[in-house]
Design a protein. Structure first.
Length: 326
């Protein structure tokens, strides 16, 4: 089973199958200011969850360059146990932590690496962490571009602060319930512990109360010497669903009345359609339409294989483009 290891070397935060990086694409590391953190952290509200979105840089943008505050609309986290009060992280009543990742998983392990960053600061057992793709909502998550080895570099500090701030709120909630100072309490493996009395409360028991507290103004991060998750080799969170076939890919999506299209393109850049004989394509069972589009011809059918067969039956004469002689 594929394993993920998160490491940091100097100013480079990197992630791939083993989370290593070679070279430099020149993209600057994301930075966070106290003012920027405060601007976006005030949106924490009541609910059966506690979460905090922290920007990747000054201002109110999130890890992907989207707005830092919680926006309306559906989320990948909606419908699960508890209430989502933030676009990125939720602690459910059972202590399960769900992280919405607005990056494309292309085998590089981003569904695991970004979750590792949150888990490192949250003081939670890795088994309590799950991740899933966020919905493609630009008003909530900003750009969805994924590339240039940027995901961990841009999210390294913001996602760690997400976990650290949530942990501090959970500790504060427990201390208020017990009537002691937060300094007498500590987080450990998904629980808040009061050493003097031996009392313990799970994160799930504290999530609703923690979600109503004022966010911390200072969010210190764990020193590298104390890392327990970052730097470890962990089984990827997305592997089981891919092995058992339950993972949903683009080709798996089905909606009522849905049709599928296959497009044939010119043989060279800049070419265009001269003429089309669609008679044989339209004779294929399942093919509904043949449509000329800019720089191509689309075969629309009731299912993928019908569209594919129809595409192969098309007779298209192409008009050469300006680069035909290259």
């Amino acid at each position: 089973m594929t394993e993920t290891k998160l490491t940091r070397r100097g100013d480079e935060e990197i992630a791939d199958a083993r989370l290593t990086r070679r070279g430099d694409d020149g993209i600057a590391d994301a930075r966070l200011t106290r003012r920027g953190f405060l601007e976006v952290s005030g949106g924490i509200g009541l609910g059966l969850a506690v979460s905090l979105l922290v920007p990747a840089c000054a201002g109110s943008s999130g890890p992907n360059g989207g707005p830092g505050r919680l926006a309306g609309g559906a989320s990948a986290l909606d419908g699960a146990a508890g209430h989502e009060v933030n676009a990125y992280v939720r602690v459910g009543p059972d202590g399960q932590i769900t992280i919405a990742v607005p990056k494309s998983e292309m085998g590089q392990g981003v569904l695991t690496s970004l979750a590792m960053l949150v888990a490192e600061e949250l003081e939670v057992d890795w088994s309590a962490i799950r991740s899933e793709h966020a919905l493609a909502d630009e008003s909530r998550y900003g750009r969805w571009s994924t590339g240039g080895s940027r995901s961990v570099r841009e999210g390294y500090e913001p996602y760690r602060r997400v976990g650290a701030a949530a942990r501090m709120l959970l500790v504060e909630a427990a201390s208020r319930r017990w009537g002691v100072s937060a300094g007498e309490c500590r987080a450990e493996k998904g629980e808040v512990v009061h050493d003097a009395t031996g009392r313990r409360l799970g994160y799930g028991e504290l999530a609703e109360q923690a979600g109503g507290l004022e966010p911390p103004t200072e969010v210190p991060l764990a020193p590298r010497s104390g890392f327990d998750v970052i730097g470890r080799e962990l089984k990827r969170l997305d592997t089981p669903a891919k092995v058992d076939g339950s993972a949903v890919f683009g080709l798996d999506v089905r909606v009522p009345g849905m049709l599928v299209a296959q497009v044939v393109r010119p043989p060279e850049l800049g070419g265009s359609v001269g003429s089309v004989d669609a008679s044989q394509a339209l004779a294929v069972s399942g093919v509904q339409h043949v449509v000329e589009i800019p720089n191509g011809v689309a075969v629309v059918a009731t299912h993928f294989w019908a569209a594919t067969k129809g595409r192969r039956k098309l007779a298209v004469e192409w008009r050469p483009g300006p680069h035909a002689a290259l």
